[in-house]
Structures are given as structure tokens and as C-alpha cells.
Design a protein around this ligand. Structure first.
Ligand code: PMT
Length: 405
């Protein structure tokens, strides 16, 4: 289930070429069972027909401030009362300027002025218009009012120039919307997450690795970001897209992962090691492809460094260390052993034998083990599992005291 399910989103579309992308966003929202109502400015209608939005959203499109149809009387008040959030996409320089001055000269600006719900705005315009001090000042003013900015992308623009000002991809705006409905309880916290497998090369074409897809670690990164954390994600080779707003560092081997982790350690941060680091690596890397022989092949393996154990031994002040364990039996016993051996605050034990848990699936079933006891969670999506882990981390931070959230 998506956290946008059942959410009532009021989408304000303004006059930019990128208005056609907003139609895709309506489709995406409806697909997640959100309820979308579209308000268009006059200029937006020059770029895309209201009929497109009414067909995609299944709702009437609002355009006119002075409509006398009974259900639309006082639309500027009722529309925001009946929504959970407002998304303005694309937001033109003109709309941003009008909103920053508190203007209320059409239905959309009046709705926004009257609204007491969160507003997310996605600027889209020519890069010179965006860079102009007036626009920058207007954007800052909107942020000062508490509106949430989705940074425009850099790339080729409709005007033929290349630069900042493109409407970003849907997943970026989606993250901003989802963040509205999450607690902000990791705000101000630095979080370092590892994800995915490591690959230990044997020769130029072969490596040792495991089945980790990175889905659990990426879910942790997305959810921590939504809850306000500053997130760095160090990942082994996976085929997942960078989560918006997260610093992503891609590595291959355990040794590279260790270096990337160690160089980012800081007192007071939360470190979550969900990566499935290869415990062993080939003792010798063969510079040339190993040839087939009639006999089998004996491989000499040597132990990789245990990154998490090292962090536990050299804990920095105020750090919270969270480990994962992939187990097929005696989950609690093994979890407790690793919790103590690696000097952790919390360990998340996956059952890797279940068909819907552990490696390379969308769901997980885990037990959270800390020094006070165990909590077995039900089968959940990896994002929901990640949120339950953050809930526990936030209580650990509070138990330690001095955490303002
Ligand atoms: O990526 P997915 O497909 O979504 O799957 C998720 C997952 C099953 C990989 C993940 O949830 C998980 O269980 N990760 C840890 C798997 C693992 O390596 O467990 P372990 O028991 O071998 O290691 C225990 C802890 O020590 C882990 O936090 C691991 O990151 C860390 N470790 C292990 C070995 C090593 N050399 N260095 C480490 O830091």
C-alpha cells in the first residue's frame, strides 16, 4: 500500500510547456489511489486542455474564480478545506511572483492564500528566469511562508537552452509529497546507510557476491529522508535509482565500502548497515581470465574485514549503530550474539527462508532486537519495515536523552 493512498491532492497547474508532464503526474497519483483535483490557471489552458486532467483525475477541473455553478460557489475556500495538500506543478515565475506577494487574482492563487494545508511547489522555467534575483527572492519568500520547494532539474529546456529550470521527474515530487505525511522526527540527524551486496573480483570477468538487491537499504534511505534526516547511502552494485535528496556513493568491493563508510563517520550520527558484505574474497586476483581445465578449480579465500564490528569497537560519541542479520534459523539467538559481539544498539534479523522475506523481494519480516528485548514485526513492505526501524531508532535516541527530535 502506498502512503499516498486516500490522500486528497489539489494540483495547481500553471502556464508552462511542462504542463503536459503534470498530466503524467495525475496518472501516477491516481495509480497510487490518491484523489486528485486540478485547478488550472488561464495560461495553463494555453498548453493543455482541461479535459485531459478531468479524464485522468476523474474529477472536474476548476478554472474560474467566478463560476456560478452551485457546487463551485466559494470554491476557493472549499477546495483547500477538502484537500490534504496542494502541489503546484509546474510553477511558473509569474505564479511564484504572485504567490510571494500574497496575490489573489485568480482561482489558484486565492485557493492557496486561503489554504491551511501544506503546499509543495515545483518551479519550471527558462534558466535565466530562474536565476534572476527577483525569482530567487520570490522562491525564498515562499519557503519562508513554509511552502516546500522541489528543486528544478538541470537539462535541456523547451527554449533550446541547457540549464536549471526543468520540471523534475515524478519520483522527486512524490518524495516531497510523501514527506508531508511522515513525522519529522529525524530532522537534524545525520544518517549513514549501507545497502546491497559487495562484489569480490576473482578475475576480469568473475566475482563472488550474493543475492542482495539493495531494496531494503534504499527503502531505509528514502524513509529516513522523508522523516527529515540528512542521508548518505553507500551501496554496492545494484540496479536501483538514486533516492531523491540522498547522497549516494556507489562502491563495488567490501574494501571500498569500508573506506566510504569510515570517511563519513561522525559523532552523533545513526549508522545502519543493511548491506550484505561478502565475508570472504579471493586470496589472489587473477589478472587474466582463469582458463577452463579438465580438473575442477580450488579457490583460496581470505576473510574480508567486518566493517560493522570495527565501527562497534571504535564507536564515536553519541553514535547509534544498527546492524542487520540474515538468518535461516535461531533468529533470536544469532541476533543477540551479533548484537553483543559487534557492540550494537539494535539489530534487525531477517528470516531469509521465507518466500517473501529477505533477499530481492519487496517485503520483509524482521525481528528487532536491542538490549531490552525483541519485537517481531509482521510481513510488511520494505518501506514499512524501514519506518518501524526508524521508530525504534527515534525511541533509542530519546531514551539516551538530549534528543529534541
Ligand atoms: O538487499 P535486499 O535484497 O533488499 O535484501 C536485504 C538483506 C537481506 C540483504 C538485508 O536486509 C540484510 O539482512 N543485510 C545483512 C546481511 C548480512 O550480511 O548479514 P550478516 O549476518 O552476514 O552480517 C551482520 C551485519 O554485519 C550486517 O549489518 C552486515 O552489514 C555487517 N557486516 C557483515 C560482514 C562484513 N564483512 N562487514 C559487515 O559490516
Amino acid at each position: 500500500m502506498s502512503n499516498l493512498q486516500g490522500k486528497r491532492i489539489l494540483l495547481g497547474v500553471t502556464g508552462s510547456v511542462a504542463a503536459y508532464k503534470a498530466a503524467e503526474w495525475v496518472r501516477a497519483l491516481v495509480k497510487e489511489d490518491a484523489m486528485v483535483t486540478v485547478v488550472m490557471t488561464k495560461a495553463a489552458e494555453r498548453f493543455i486542455a482541461p479535459l485531459t486532467f478531468s479524464a485522468l483525475s476523474g474529477n472536474p477541473v476548476y478554472r474560474d474564480m467566478f463560476s456560478d455553478e452551485s457546487e463551485r460557489v466559494m470554491a476557493h475556500i472549499n477546495l483547500s478545506r477538502e484537500a490534504d495538500a496542494i502541489l503546484i506543478a509546474p510553477a511558473t515565475a509569474q505564479t511564484i511572483a504572485r504567490l510571494s506577494a500574497g496575490g489573489a487574482d485568480d482561482l489558484l492563487s486565492t485557493v492557496i492564500l486561503a489554504a491551511r494545508i501544506p503546499v509543495v511547489f515545483c518551479p519550471a522555467m527558462n534558466s535565466n528566469m530562474l536565476a534572476h534575483p527577483a525569482t530567487q527572492e520570490n522562491i525564498r519568500r515562499l519557503q519562508h511562508f513554509g511552502y516546500h520547494l522541489v528543486q528544478p532539474d538541470c537539462g535541456s529546456l523547451a527554449c533550446g537552452e541547457v540549464g536549471d529550470g526543468r520540471l523534475p521527474e515524478w519520483d522527486v515530487a512524490r518524495e516531497a509529497l510523501l514527506a508531508l505525511f511522515e513525522p519529522n522526527d529525524l530532522m537534524g540527524k545525520k544518517v549513514l546507510i549501507t545497502a546491497g551486496p559487495t562484489r569480490e573480483p576473482l578475475d576480469p570477468v568473475r566475482f563472488l557476491s550474493n543475492r542482495s538487491s539493495g531494496k531494503m537499504g534504499f527503502a531505509l534511505a528514502r524513509t529516513a529522508r522523508r522523516r527529515g534526516a540528512e542521508v548518505a547511502l553507500i551501496t554496492g552494485p545494484v540496479s536501483l535509482l538514486d533516492p531523491p535528496g540522498v547522497e549516494v556513493v556507489r562502491v563495488t568491493t567490501a574494501e571500498e565500502m569500508e573506506k566510504a563508510v569510515v570517511s563519513r563517520l561522525e559523532p552523533g550520527q545513526v549508522v545502519v548497515k543493511s548491506a550484505a558484505v561478502a565475508d570472504f574474497k579471493p586470496a589472489v586476483y587473477q589478472a587474466h581470465k582463469i582458463k577452463k581445465t579438465s580438473q575442477g578449480l580450488q579457490l583460496d579465500l581470505e576473510k574480508n574485514i567486518d566493517i560493522l564490528k570495527k565501527l562497534g569497537e571504535k564507536r564515536l560519541e553519541g553514535q547509534v549503530l544498527v546492524g542487520f542479520a540474515a538468518e535461516s534459523r535461531d533468529h533470536t539467538g544469532e541476533g543477540l550474539r551479533k548484537l553483543k559481539e559487534k557492540n550494537l544498539d539494535l539489530i534487525v534479523v531477517n528470516d531469509i527462508l521465507g518466500e517473501q522475506t529477505g533477499f530481492d523481494v519487496e517485503t520483509n519480516q524482521v525481528t528487532l532486537i536491542d538490549r531490552t528485548g525483541n519485537t517481531a514485526l509482521p510481513l510488511l513492505t520494505k518501506e514499512a519495515t524501514a519506518n518501524r526501524i526508524w521508530d525504534r531508532v527515534v525511541s533509542l535516541l530519546h531514551e539516551r536523552g538530549g534528543y529534541g527530535g
